[in-house]
Design a protein around this ligand. Structure first.
Ligand SMILES: [Zn+2]
Ligand SMILES: [Zn+2]
Length: 196
């Protein structure tokens, strides 16, 4: 592309969106002459293309997630985190609660929740299987998305039984996140004092 240097990601996206909108309008206009059924078909096809935001895709076996993350280094401090925690919005690994990544007295997960989720953060603590949700100045222990064969959690991986992703829990977590309903969940919320 000759004028490639002048195209930024933002302008490309903008142009693409405009082109797509024009195409949709054309499709709708031509369907309009075909009556209600034709319009409905077009609208349904447009709807399928759109996917709502989703949390990070997680493997079914906890073992795979653990193996993938437990020796990984934090990009901020370069060390393997003591309590490695994965942001379920973007996949970044943070040092939960640790002094190494504290900036202006704010620990890394809280910093990351501000930068990545506008104050809302969902972290999977790799060493305990637990989910920690941060909402502004408060946080809660949400529970685990991974359960054993008897649908029980294995917090801190003490029993060492194989754990599998619970689709029901994942869907619940995702629904609460999408609907901004975390404040209304019956979990115990505590002030995190920037220490997470
Ligand atoms: Zn993130
Ligand atoms: Zn770190």
């Amino acid at each position: 592309m000759a004028s490639g240097e002048n195209i930024t990601a933002a302008s490309a996206l903008h142009e693409e969106a405009a082109t797509a909108a024009k195409a949709w309008a054309r499709q709708l206009a031509s369907a309009a002459s075909g009556g209600q059924l034709a319009i409905r078909r077009v609208i349904r096809s447009l709807h399928v293309v759109w996917a709502q935001p989703a949390l990070l895709a997680l493997p079914r076996d906890y073992d795979r997630l653990f193996t993938y993350y437990h020796e990984r280094v934090c990009l901020q401090c370069g060390a393997v985190p003591k309590e490695a925690s994965v942001c379920l919005l973007c996949g970044t690994l943070v040092c939960l609660k640790q002094a190494c990544c504290r900036r202006h007295q704010v620990a890394e997960a809280v910093q990351h929740a501000q930068e990545c989720g506008g104050g809302t953060g969902i972290f999977l603590v790799v060493t305990s299987t637990y989910i920690i949700v941060i909402r502004g100045r408060r946080a809660c222990l949400w529970g685990s998305l991974y359960l054993d064969d008897y649908d029980e959690e294995d917090r801190d991986l003490k029993r060492g039984k194989p754990l599998y992703l619970s689709q029901d829990r994942l869907e619940l977590l995702q629904a609460q996140w999408l609907a901004h309903r975390f404040d209304h969940t019956k979990r115990t919320w505590v002030w995190h004092r920037d220490s997470l």
